[in-house]
Write a protein of this length. Structure first.
Length: 176
């Protein structure tokens, strides 16, 4: 069942206040646990859940974010196009720079807010590029009629008789 978009929480919950860590010296650590259902990470990324624990470490260059997040999202089978629920593990190891140098991809804002949303979004988009199947032996769609072959053979199968079977059938017809 596809939930209406309004059922998703906004990505504000991915903003972490790390002001206290910035104020403490290098080497200070804070573990933070995420357990968020139904979240709109970005315009193009909705997750059914994201959870896991991240370790935030204050280093000279900013905040180092490390850990594993598990996320679930709706996708479709690469072969038969049926909707599937995908579960992925995101290995996170990223520097959020502070103060912000020009060339850094991720950074902590001047207000001490570390926003995980852009990082989660890019990780999910990478995962989405890997094709997934509804089941390891998905039979896909019939190239002739487009029928989903996981739900049974289509009519095309009757027409395409195996040549060896055709020979047998001819032989049997002769013997009658
Ligand atoms: Zn499939
Ligand atoms: Zn067919």
């Amino acid at each position: 069942m596809k939930q209406h978009t309004n059922g998703y929480v906004g990505n504000r919950v991915l903003k972490l206040n790390v002001g206290f860590l910035l104020a403490s010296g290098s080497g200070h650590i804070k573990d933070t646990t995420l357990d968020i259902p139904k979240i709109r990470v970005a315009e193009d990324v909705d997750l059914d859940y994201i959870k896991g624990t991240l370790r935030l470490t204050r280093i000279k260059e900013g905040i180092l974010v490390q850990g594993k997040l598990n996320a679930g999202f709706e996708s479709e089978c690469y072969r038969c196009l049926d909707p599937i629920e995908r579960e992925v593990t995101l290995q996170i190891e990223e520097l959020f720079a502070y103060p912000v140098p020009r060339d850094s991809e991720f950074s902590v804002g001047e207000d001490g807010i570390l926003d995980l949303a852009p990082l989660v979004r890019s990780e999910i988009l990478i995962e989405e590029e890997h094709s997934a199947l509804c089941q390891p032996d998905c039979r896909g769609l019939c190239p002739e009629c487009g029928e989903n072959l996981n739900r049974g053979a289509c009519a095309c199968a009757d027409e395409a008789i195996d040549p060896r079977l055709a020979k047998l059938k001819a032989l049997r017809d002769q013997m009658r």
